[in-house]
Design a binder for this molecule. Structure first.
Ligand code: ATP
Ligand code: MG
Length: 420
């Protein structure tokens, strides 16, 4: 038989890894809950047009990263490369944006056809947070306070830095764009192939280049900040003041432009030095213009997305001991013991719903079952051999505490013992 393997860049998350994922997911849900955010669940597939119209035709995602295919009826569909477009599509479709404010989050797999490497995959999980209907800089700040709190709860605040910039309004950015193009046109010989292409399509992205040969020319480029109007400047300043007030440290990075077309005013990234070049674990900003672009009425929107795999890579550096062990492992030998044991395990689960009980269903000698009990990580082994079963008793052994003497309990006393 041919061995069929997973698709390149699409990973299995194995049982030994899921406890850490669940640990992170629970803290994320708790923190989102403490700010009053609600979950929304969205399809993994959308019409291709949605992404072209929202993300922008000349972005990396739409130009070369999307998984697009034709449905059997001829429609062009795409596996979602991100969640912002789908979330907004859903809210528009269900009329959620009429005179309402929303604080939403979603969680799930995203798909991009990129070159797989550490921290960059073709299927990856994102937590997305989107807010609608709020113009105030307080909501931009709230998202930063929320993420700051999240890093603290996860114990990684020391490992990440907040970088902030303002892209201003679209009109302000257009004026800047012209100035930037004029500047780069004087330095064509330094620009690499990617940048020459972007000069025509998305010149701001040139500022994002990782090419060291272009570092100087980028460093001396005009700064967008100088092109912002009063309203944009004030909005940005309010965010900075709030962060300073509440003790959240940040860096202003005037080269931060983000890949997507739809941002206006605030953009931010939480970055780390510990993951090589895939150092952005969370990124977002304000995208007021996108709602109209998708056919809605003018409105306000701010959000971010967090890459779960990169977050998990950071958590792995902490060496947390997070396991998903059972509490009790029940060993049964002999037909009568198997019957009684199964009934006892069910009784335990009924009477102590939080207790995690596993019975040995694979059989074998007491010795081999003990080995499995030990491997299960359980605190206690319950041993039901033929003799114990006949007497209505059961053996109890601690698998973790060598001081604890093995003892024999009446079957009726097991619930009482394990309740404490
Ligand atoms: P990058 O610059 O790393 O390509 P991006 O600008 O494409 O990131 P966004 O579209 O803003 O990223 O997505 C938000 C977050 O999702 C990123 O900061 C990152 O943590 C995560 N992410 C993006 N693409 C991938 C991927 N291919 N594999 C794993 N995580 C990813
Ligand atoms: Mg990318």
């Amino acid at each position: 038989m041919v061995n069929i393997q997973a698709i390149r860049g699409m990973h299995d998350i194995l049982p030994e890894q899921t406890p850490l994922w669940q640990y992170a997911e629970k803290i994320i849900r708790d923190v989102l809950g403490s700010y009053g955010y609600s979950e929304i669940r969205l399809p993994a597939v959308e019409k291709t047009e949605l992404f072209k119209r929202s993300i922008g035709e000349v972005t990396d995602i739409v130009e070369k990263e999307m998984y697009t295919f034709e449905d059997r009826n001829g429609d062009s569909l795409t596996l979602r490369p991100e969640g912002t477009a789908g979330c907004l599509r859903a809210c528009l479709e269900h009329g959620l944006l009429h005179n309402q404010v929303h604080r939403l989050w979603y969680y799930g797999a995203m798909y991009r056809h990129e070159r797989p490497q550490k921290g960059r995959y073709r299927q990856f999980y994102q937590l997305g947070v989107e807010t609608y209907g709020m113009a105030s800089a307080d909501i931009d700040a709230e998202l930063l306070l929320l993420t700051d709190r999240l890093w603290k709860r996860l114990g990684i605040r020391e490992k990440v830095r907040l970088q902030l910039n303002s892209l201003g309004k679209i009109a302000e950015r257009l004026v800047y764009r012209d100035a930037l193009v004029a500047y780069f046109e004087q330095h064509l010989e330094v620009l690499d192939e990617d940048s020459l292409r972007r000069l025509k399509t998305n010149p701001l992205r040139i500022l994002d280049t990782k090419n060291p040969a272009m570092a100087d020319v980028v460093k001396n480029a005009p700064e967008l900040m100088a092109y912002l109007g009063d309203d944009s400047k004030q909005h940005f300043q309010t965010i900075l003041d709030t962060l300073t007030d509440l003790g959240v440290s940040f860096e202003i990075n005037t080269r931060l432009v983000r890949g997507l077309d739809y941002y206006s005013k605030t953009v931010f990234e939480w970055v780390t030095n510990e993951l090589g070049s895939q150092g952005t674990i969370c990124a977002g900003g304000r995208y007021d213009g996108l709602i109209e672009q998708l056919g809605g009425k003018a409105n306000f929107a701010v959000g971010f997305a967090m890459g779960m795999e990169r977050l998990l890579l950071l958590l792995e550096t902490l060496d947390l001991k997070i396991e998903n062990n059972v509490d009790v492992y029940l060993i049964r030998v002999g037909e009568q013991a198997e019957k009684i044991g199964l009934r006892l395990a069910e009784q335990l689960r009924t009477e102590i719903p939080t207790l995690r009980v596993q019975i040995d269903c694979a059989g074998g000698s007491i010795k081999s079952q003990f080995k499995k009990a030990d491997k299960s990580g359980a605190k206690f082994a319950l041993i039901l051999g033929e003799d114990e079963a006949a007497r209505g008793e059961i053996g109890l052994k601690s698998l973790r505490d060598s001081q604890f003497e093995q003892q024999t309990l009446a079957l009726n006393d097991v619930v009482k013992f394990l309740s404490n």
